[in-house]
Design a protein around this ligand. Structure first.
Ligand SMILES: *Cc1c(COP(=O)(O)O)cnc(C)c1O
Length: 516
């Protein structure tokens, strides 16, 4: 796969608005469906002759006929999937500045670590003494993450950021319900800023908490409004810091005080830890409980909902409620370390995931932190922040940055928002600009969130200055194109395998099965 895959392709001559019928045919751009390549009798593998006696199928279990599967040779099969795979848009092939998602490069060494037979062959029910290396890794990871968080204990079990939110909210609930704990069962309200990621209110709803929105002022939490909303029914505030507008909220310790004085807790959505890891610790700025998105901050190729891991970190007063089992370390008679799974935690919320969580993802996270070390992690955060500020500064003459204003010392963290009002006033939409970026082999940034008509741009720390400069060049070129002829953008993307899709048609009349 070449990095300029999309640009190498000839202009698209297919119809710009496919009907549901031709939209179902990958064949419009030269990759026929596998069903269309079927040749009766062709096989991808030859099975050896039976070496056991043939048995009759039980009556009544036989289908009416063979399934309508495509019949192709092995080479056709391999080529088919290779062609399709080459159409994937990925971080490995292209720049992917998708704000909030942290689509960064994942070093190959982590894949090598995750593929080591000692790890891949271990069984989750193996005796502890036969899996000491695996347990040592998990134990070390949980202590490292606690250090990075500045909190007391980490549970590795949740398997996504959203899942971490869910587990942590359950822990908070268990704490307030416990007469020996928070002893305030009426605390069922969770506050969330209006810039919160959709998973925050969704997780609250899943846990039966009432969600109350906290308004923002200049992109940050409105402290006065927050004071007015906190009361003796408040369990916690879920805050993302730096937030989804790309701003680090410098009033975070005041926010923590407001919550704590009212007997409530401060929850940090740690999706944006790649801006502060190794620089500041959430525990130091007042956070009581948080989740990590290891696939964003550390490593693991992710997209389309997975895979990931969402470890949660808590202060010690919340430890009794964490999910079990927990990996623990003991010193044996000879003074060596022994690791084992610990299940006895009577107040635990129980399991939120089978076995140990997403082991392979946790291993990649361990490998990434081990390779970087404390200094490396700090470098990552500095670079992520520098890259975003660089792009914002280079683009803001053409793409307005409402929250970024270096003259007044308003900088961004690892991502920033642009609301390109002047360009949109010329008759193009945000989608037109996004589609034009695809022509240049660049994945469009996150759109229309957290504010309408915005791009949220996150370059990440892994892109070189040359790539950032090329992105600026493309964005400025698009601005020039809009100035010259806004209508021309309506035909974008011209170089992609398919042009504008009928998105409404795809939602209303989806074609979900092959009709030959
Ligand atoms: C990605 C993200 C989440 C959800 O995390 P998943 O790992 O995708 O479940 C939550 N909050 C913010 C701010 C995010 O960017």
């Amino acid at each position: 796969m070449t990095p300029t895959l999309l640009m190498d392709q000839p202009p698209n001559t297919a119809s710009a608005t496919p009907t549901p019928a031709n939209a179902s045919r990958a064949g419009a751009r030269g990759v026929p469906l596998i069903f269309e390549q079927s040749t009766p009798g062709a096989r991808a593998v030859d099975l050896p002759a039976l070496d056991v006696p043939e048995a009759a199928e039980p009556a009544g279990l036989l289908a009416d006929g063979p399934p309508a599967l495509p019949e192709v040779g092995q080479l056709e099969l391999v080529r088919h999937y290779t062609h399709i795979a080459a159409r994937n848009f990925s971080v490995d092939a292209n720049f992917y500045p998708l704000g909030s998602c942290t689509m960064k490069y994942n070093p190959r060494v982590n894949e090598t670590a995750a593929a080591m037979p000692g790890f891949t062959a271990v069984h989750p029910l193996q005796d502890d003494q036969d899996a000491q290396g695996t347990l040592a890794m998990l134990y070390q990871l949980r202590t490292w993450l606690a250090q990075i968080a500045g909190l007391d204990e980490v549970c590795l079990q949740p398997c996504a950021g959203a899942h971490g939110e869910y587990a942590a909210l359950k822990v908070i609930r268990a704490y307030f319900q416990d007469p020996q704990g928070g002893n305030a069962p009426q605390r069922r309200t969770v506050l969330a800023p209006d810039t919160a990621h959709g998973t925050n209110p969704a997780s609250c709803a899943m846990c039966g908490a009432n969600v109350v929105k906290v308004p923002s002022k200049d992109g940050l939490v409105d402290l006065e409004a927050l004071r007015g909303l906190v009361n003796d029914e408040t369990a916690a505030l879920m805050i993302t810091n730096p937030n989804t507008a790309g701003l680090f909220d410098g009033t975070i310790t005041q926010i923590a005080d407001i919550l704590h004085e009212a007997g409530a807790l401060l929850y940090l959505d740690g999706a944006n830890m790649n801006a502060i890891a190794g620089v500041s610790r959430p525990g130091d700025f007042g956070v009581d409980v948080m989740h990590f998105n290891t696939h964003k901050t550390f490593s693991t190729p992710h997209g389309c909902g997975g895979p990931g891991a969402g470890p949660i970190a808590v202060r010690s007063f919340l430890s009794p409620y964490l999910p079990v089992p927990q990996v623990v370390c003991e010193t044996d008679a000879a003074g060596g370390s022994r690791y084992r799974w610990e299940n006895s935690r009577p107040k635990s919320i129980g399991k939120v995931r089978g076995f140990t969580g997403q082991f392979g993802v946790l291993l990649r996270c361990w490998a990434y932190i081990a390779a970087c070390g404390p200094e490396g992690l700090r470098d990552i955060s500095h670079t992520a922040v520098l890259s975003a500020n660089y792009l914002a500064a280079k683009l803001r003459d053409q793409y307005e940055t409402p929250y970024f204003d270096p003259q007044n010392k308003r900088f961004c963290a690892h991502e920033f928002i642009t609301v390109p009002k002047r360009l949109l006033a010329k008759g193009v939409t945000l989608v037109d600009i996004a589609k034009r970026l695809i022509d240049h082999g660049i994945h469009p940034p996150t759109m229309h969130w957290p504010v309408h008509d915005c791009f949220m741009i996150e370059p990440t720390e892994t892109e070189s200055l040359a790539v950032l400069d090329r992105f600026v060049e493309v964005m400025l070129k698009i601005a020039d194109e809009i100035a010259a002829d806004p209508e021309a953008l309506k035909a974008a993307p011209r170089n992609a395998p398919v042009s504008r899709l009928d998105e409404v048609g795809a939602a209303r009349n989806p074609v979900l099965k092959y009709e030959g």
